[in-house]
Design a binder for this molecule. Sequence first.
Ligand SMILES: [Zn+2]
Length: 73
Amino acid sequence: MDCDHAYVRVYHYLDGEMTVWKRRAIKRHLDECPPCAQGFDFELEIRRVVAYSCREEAPSDLRRRIGEALGYE
Ligand SMILES: [Zn+2]
């Protein structure tokens, strides 16, 4: 798995749309690739903040803008 694929799949991973074996493949890549692992940790942190501060509305716009800022889209 290369880095581009890892970044795309992290979103699916976070959204719970992945099968177990795909999660393992991503986890393995993150273990071996510090830049991707860093991005992944950052994304998890954003999700925690968003979940805490925006419970009453889906933060899809915020999420999109975060994705753009991170170069995912
Ligand atoms: Zn990577």
